[in-house]
Design a protein around this ligand. Structure first.
Ligand SMILES: Cc1cc2nc3c(=O)[nH]c(=O)nc-3n(C[C@H](O)[C@H](O)[C@H](O)COP(=O)(O)OP(=O)(O)OC[C@H]3O[C@@H](n4cnc5c(N)ncnc54)[C@H](O)[C@@H]3O)c2cc1C
Length: 326
């Protein structure tokens, strides 16, 4: 297997919201940064997909803002045409708080953030080794990337596997707190309809009971030329059907959504999010697992289980590195 050594100041694992915000901040401060992601594109759970003329957001559905720094970032993206307001609430939950969508779709936000950053795609890190005060990330294709600091942004259980595979032993208290973080699962159905759905504008509903947590009409949302809905199953349904036939689960969910769809289904696909939303959020915005060499864990399990939390955590990770390695 071919192996090569590539060195940077900071190596970031994961090109989702947390990894991208951390990378941008570190690069702005003059650090040499590289991001590795196992996916074919950037964004992680900021995910969009096309089926013919239909477009879907099948991960994060909308972005909300709370903290001033994220409010300012959102405003910048709005001015640059990267996001647009979707609505200020849904039929069953109209609270007047803006919900933002990506333009044309959620994944565009990640693509915008990745601009000007060095991102290596289809690089799945399988182990993180600590050698001579350097981190060495080994990928499934035999590449080796080294750096004096690493930010890990995969879902926490996946990050712990990488650390353990490299033989690095975390302090027991830090390890115990990280090991307690688990995530909900979510089976997501993307269905192309023969006619527009029966969902009322603005096109989102969270049924109170049954196997469905959320239904969105991507056409009403303004991202799809063709009638197209995204259905998110509840954690309970997703857990129960996780190892079953995905198409069969998709049909059960489409049946349960029938009153909202009203139209025939042209075709559908099912995606499984093993790590959808953290059930428990760590009390710190990021966790420094090693000072020398520096290893920081970040992501939505730290500063809040949403896109905003992931961004805040990425920024916190960058700050921790800048402070400790001036
Ligand atoms: C179904 C669903 C609905 C949601 N709805 C909303 C919503 O409406 N509003 C909201 O604010 N949030 C929502 N969220 C949550 C939101 O998407 C996340 O909080 C946020 O995107 C997480 O960003 P992150 O960077 O922490 O993680 P991720 O986006 O998961 O990024 C982690 C990245 O690490 C990469 N990676 C993992 N392991 C490796 C490895 N070994 N080597 C290399 N790369 C690796 C992955 O490919 C991924 O790109 C939703 C999530 C899901 C799944």
């Amino acid at each position: 297997m071919e192996s090569s050594e590539r060195n940077t100041d900071v190596l970031i694992i994961g090109a989702g919201m947390a990894g991208l915000t951390a990378a941008a901040e570190l690069q702005r401060a003059g650090r040499c940064v590289r991001i590795l992601d196992k996916g074919r594109g950037v964004g992680g759970r900021l995910a969009s997909r096309r089926i013919g003329e239909a477009s879907f957001d099948h991960g994060a559905q909308f972005i909300t803002t709370r903290e001033p720094r994220f409010v300012a970032a959102l405003e910048d993206w709005r001015q640059r045409g990267v996001v647009a307001e979707w609505c200020r609430g849904f039929v069953d939950h109209a609270d007047g708080h803006p919900r933002w969508r990506g333009k044309p779709s959620m994944n565009s936000v990640a693509k915008h953030l990745a601009h000007g950053l060095e991102v290596r795609l289809e690089q799945q890190v399988v182990a993180l080794h600590c050698l001579q005060n350097q981190w060495r990330a080994e990928t499934n294709t035999g590449e080796v990337y080294s750096a004096s600091a690493v930010v890990l942004t995969p879902p926490v259980p996946q990050s712990l596997v990488l650390i353990a595979a490299g033989g690095f032993v975390l302090p027991p208290e830090i390890r115990a707190r990280l090991a307690a973080i688990d995530y909900e699962r979510c089976l997501a159905v993307m269905a192309v309809l023969e006619r527009p759905s029966r969902l009322p504008p603005p096109g989102g509903v969270a049924p109170a009971d049954g196997p469905i947590a959320w239904i969105a009409d991507n056409q009403l949302k303004g991202i799809s030329a063709a009638p197209a809905v995204t259905i998110h199953a509840t954690h309970a349904f997703s857990l129960e059907h996780w190892d079953g036939d995905r198409q069969a689960s998709g049909r059960v969910l489409l049946e349960a959504a029938a009153e909202w769809l009203g139209a025939g289904i042209k075709t559908f696909q099912v995606h499984g999010w093993r790590y959808s939303k953290p059930m428990r959020v760590h009390e710190q915005a990021c966790v420094t697992a090693s000072q020398s060499p520096m290893l920081v864990l970040a992501g939505d399990a730290f500063a809040g289980p949403k896109v905003e939390g992931a961004a805040l955590s990425g920024w916190a990770a960058a700050e921790a590195i800048l402070k400790s390695t001036p």
